[in-house]
Design a binder for this molecule. Structure first.
Ligand SMILES: [Zn+2]
Length: 259
């Protein structure tokens, strides 16, 4: 059965089941909403959606960057200093929201709290954030979890995000195209340098996808972009397998300079 069907059915089932047990409430404000997982209109002001101007490469909003950098780049700024100094391997990265207290709360509920029905909200947000490249995208590929972590968590949030985007765009999701070849410790408390070392050579493309992906453009999907270490390493594996362009799409993005 296609991934699309499996996850669409799971999400519909979860939503319908919960709707009959509990009246649907906004996960942020607690107000009554039309369906389980809907975000009320008044909750929108708590979410910091990313808008231009931002770095054309990594998508960091200039308003959150150092002041002089924002001034140097100006309204039509192109590339941030960090991307100029050390260009990422991916072709570009975009995120829907700033990773802050509110988006963290939403994402943790989605990731660890079984609130997979939230994906219904996230799909149109991601479609909007990916509008610059979705028309030239051939496939959506989620960042994989290692088998041991998948067993503990029961689902991979990046797969559910990918299936949601597949459903509204019709772009095929290859949910198992990337594999984690070794378990890596959680990135939680690591510095940027340690994060890069931690995920080095941790990914590869499953053999049966190599022909399908040759010369193609793909969206690499994850929930949060922190330092870019994981998505860069995934990009390396995808490009080694012959993928032409890699566009990273995440729900949220860390913007702190100290990471
Ligand atoms: Zn940048």
């Amino acid at each position: 059965m296609k991934t699309q069907n499996v996850y669409a059915q799971a999400m519909d089932f979860a939503r319908k089941g919960l709707d009959t047990i509990l009246p649907p409430r906004c996960p942020i404000t607690g107000e009554s909403v039309d369906y389980q997982g809907a975000i009320s209109a008044s909750a929108w002001r708590y979410l910091n959606f990313i808008t231009a101007p931002y770095c054309k490469k990594c998508g960091i909003p200039f308003s959150f960057n150092r002041q002089e950098e924002a001034e140097n780049q100006g309204e039509n700024g192109e590339i941030c200093l960090r991307c100029m100094e050390k260009p990422p391997l991916y072709d570009c990265a975009r995120a829907c929201m700033i990773y802050d207290d509110m988006s963290r709360f939403l994402i943790l509920g989605f990731k660890h709290g079984d609130k997979t029905y939230l994906a219904r909200n996230f799909a149109p947000w991601m479609q909007n954030s990916g509008r610059e490249f979705l028309s030239k995208t051939d496939a959506i590929i989620p960042v994989p979890l290692h088998r041991s972590r998948l067993r503990a968590r029961r689902y991979n949030q990046a797969v559910i995000l990918s299936a949601g985007l597949e459903k509204i765009t019709g772009i095929r999701c290859y949910h198992d195209a990337l594999i984690r070849t070794r378990a890596t410790p959680s990135q939680g408390r690591l510095s940027t340098k340690e994060r890069h070392k931690n995920v080095r050579k941790a990914f590869s493309v499953r053999r049966k996808y190599i022909d399908k992906l040759k010369g193609k453009n793909v969206v690499l999907m994850d929930d949060v972009y922190t330092t870019g270490a994981t998505v860069n390493e995934c990009t390396k594996a995808l490009k080694t397998a012959g993928v032409k362009e890699v566009y990273v799409l995440t729900l949220a993005r860390v913007v702190k300079d100290n990471l």
